[in-house]
Unconditional design. Sequence first.
Length: 227
Amino acid sequence: MSAPNSCMNSGLLLPITLALAGWLLMGSAVSADPALFKEAMELDRQDFIEESIEPWQKFLQTQPEKKLHIFAQIKMGIAYHKTGKFLKARDSARDLAQKYPDHFEVNFHLANMMTTLRQFPEATRAYEKAVQLRPDEGLGYVGLGLSFFGEQKPAPAVKTLRIVRSLFKQQKNVAWHQNVRIMIGQIKGFAAYPPDFAHLWLTNNLKIVRDTFESSVFKAFQESLDL
């Protein structure tokens, strides 16, 4: 009678032992996070952008917790983008959005990566999700309006920019209020010309949105992590 019980106990202990071993291995991997994270951040601070990609990749392989995962993968995506690896930047942003579909910075980042490749329908959807998640952040509306214009939809572009112009006025953001007012006038003026006439204008303004996201919106997210 004791043999079956012994076998049963061994059978129960085996998965528990394996689970414990897996947990210990995971703990060992996570213990490497601070060093990898610090290395990537230091390279980024010193403008060794391409060199920062590998430690970001290794850090992400250690399965950091949600906020650090989001921060690190966006940083890696921005590094891909800055070094001309636009398809990798897009794919990384898509993967992150699939994992965290209801996160503001994740959707904003995805939209930014889509506009670089002029994949405006997907960019528009991501910007729309971003402004739904944080309707008080005007920069998302600016990106959305420009993305509509990239889709050759000037009417919703102007409508969206008018919404954010009012928002910037309420927030007493004089600089962006003026910028958006000028954008609206320029979009109306482009109606008399072929669609590709505004190509450079659109490219430059989308770059401003991406740069401002990194220097302002994403920086605020970084500061909230208290790194």
